[in-house]
Design a protein around this ligand. Structure first.
Ligand code: EPU
Length: 442
């Protein structure tokens, strides 16, 4: 595993790049696969650290995970003989939380460490807990663990108070083995949720979505199935932004058009070029390039189908190259601007501030008590010439962002802790190198 990237910036990135399936779909499909004793095959899987962690949890519980190709994995829940997820999995990912459903189904109880994950804010799990309580689950929470128990999962009508992407998936997994009909209202619209619904339906549950309402007819006899992971919209946006900040031209292969609408709308407004090309098996390739100077733009992050929170840091690097002032207003996470300190050290002109918002509780997706500190917006003044930096990565999306900035910068950057980046991007440095980046791995 790579420890450090040494990047000599200022090189145009040009050519074609393959992406994998979304990591945030892959590992959740693997968790759902443990609801049956039969084998589930997942193709176009992302082989990244977060996925390896989910695999390790499954094997530590007694299940099996077998890679049968670079991006195909087979999961089998037969043999799962423990309801306790080891403490060692707490810090690495939110993965353990998603095992609540399969473990409650198999054992009537689950004992899991509290999630760590990205350092992007406080990230409470109250919405998950409340939804499971509606399904008849009791919780006992200590500082760093949650024990859950049930006398039997029961159907429910549950409305999420606010959007939660993983919370929706967590309940979907549990409800798909709950007798009767569970209805989730104000459910998340993120495409990874639909990928999960696809697998659960193939396994034998009957799930129907009508917008933000999802009806689940559970089954206690789910079967093996095969499913393809959706193309990762975060990887698409990463390479698109890399093309723009290096004045290059990149074709990202086999993407899903509808997942990128919000991003492409913004590209049009800032004056960037993009075209659809025919891809493989009816899919599309997306070409992104600079036409002339980039215009500034104010954006707000939103839940799907809006401009995704995961894209804003990458977008900030693009806006350092636009002619004028741009604002990014983060509505999903209360603390996702740590990366701006590093961009500033690289020469970016960025100011943090809190815009006036008339109804913060409705406007922001995080809980209102989490609003007390920190900043929700940045103003970026461009264009600026970035220069190289020494940086230690502490968050996946922020790490990818500093890599982009380093590719655009003059001079050499040394980026350590790149295992954080490899949590989300398979063969990242190899792909960048093939596109012409001067990147060395140590
Ligand atoms: N929230 C709560 N209580 C909860 C759940 C969420 O207060 O019980 C708050 C969160 O702290 C956040 C907001 O509500 O401020 C939205 O959280 P949500 O549950 O929707 O996000 P998530 O499921 O934790 C997923 C992805 C993130 C991605 C967001 C937004 C996974 C594992 N994570 O987070 O991806 O940014 O949705 O689309 O799917 C990443 O890949 O690096 C990453 C952080």
């Amino acid at each position: 595993m790579a420890v450090k990237y040494i990047i000599d910036g200022g090189q145009k990135l040009e050519g074609e790049v393959d992406i994998t399936g979304a990591k945030n779909a892959t590992w959740k499909l693997m968790v759902a696969a443990t609801l049956t004793d039969e084998e589930v095959t997942i193709t176009n899987a992302a082989r990244v650290l977060d996925v390896d962690i989910a695999a390790e949890i499954i094997t530590s519980l007694g299940g099996t995970v077998t890679w049968v190709g670079k991006n195909t994995v087979k999961v089998c829940g037969k043999g799962i003989n423990s309801y306790v997820v080891d403490e060692k999995f707490a810090a690495a990912s939110r993965a353990s939380l998603l095992f609540l459903g399969p473990l409650l189904y198999r054992f009537g109880k689950a004992d899991i460490p509290l999630p760590g994950g990205d350092r992007i804010g406080h990230r409470p799990i109250d919405r998950h807990i409340e939804a499971f309580q509606a399904l008849g689950v009791f919780f006992n929470k200590t500082d760093n663990r949650v024990t859950a128990s049930t006398k039997g999962l029961k159907e429910a009508l549950y409305k999420f108070s606010k959007n939660t992407h993983t919370g929706t998936e967590n309940i979907l997994i549990a409800a798909s083995v709950t007798a009767g009909q569970t209805i989730i209202q104000n459910a998340a619209l993120e495409p990874e949720v639909d990928n999960l619904i696809l697998l659960l339906n193939k396994m034998g549950s009957k799930i129907v979505r009508a917008g933000r309402t999802i009806e689940i007819q559970g089954s206690d006899n789910l079967k093996g199935a095969e499913v393809e992971v959706i193309a990762d919209r975060n990887q698409v946006v990463t390479f698109a932004c890399a093309a723009l900040v290096t004045n290059g031209s990149i074709v990202v292969k086999n993407v899903i058009e509808t997942h990128l609408t919000a991003f492409l709308e913004k590209l049009t407004v800032i004056g960037a070029g993009w075209d659809w090309l025919d891809g493989d098996n009816g899919k599309k390739h997306l070409k992104i390039y600079l036409k002339s100077g980039l215009k500034p733009l104010d954006i707000e992050t939103e839940v799907y189908p809006g401009f995704m929170s995961d894209w804003q840091a990458l977008w900030a690097v693009v806006m350092t190259q636009a002619q004028g002032d741009s604002i990014i207003h983060e509505r999903i996470f209360e603390n996702r601007f740590a990366y701006t300190e590093i961009l500033k050290k690289m020469g970016a002109k960025i100011e943090l501030f809190n815009p006036k918002v008339s109804n913060p509780d409705q406007f922001y997706n995080f809980n209102s008590e989490d609003i007390k500190t920190g900043y929700r917006a940045v103003r970026i003044s461009g264009p600026t010439q970035l220069h190289g930096i020494d940086y230690e990565v502490d968050d996946l999306r922020a790490g990818a962002t500093i890599v982009l900035a380093a590719l655009a910068a003059s001079g050499v950057s040394t980026i350590t802790g790149v295992d954080q980046i490899e949590r989300g991007y398979q063969d990242f440095e190899t792909k960048l190198e093939l596109l012409g980046a001067r990147i060395r791995v140590e």
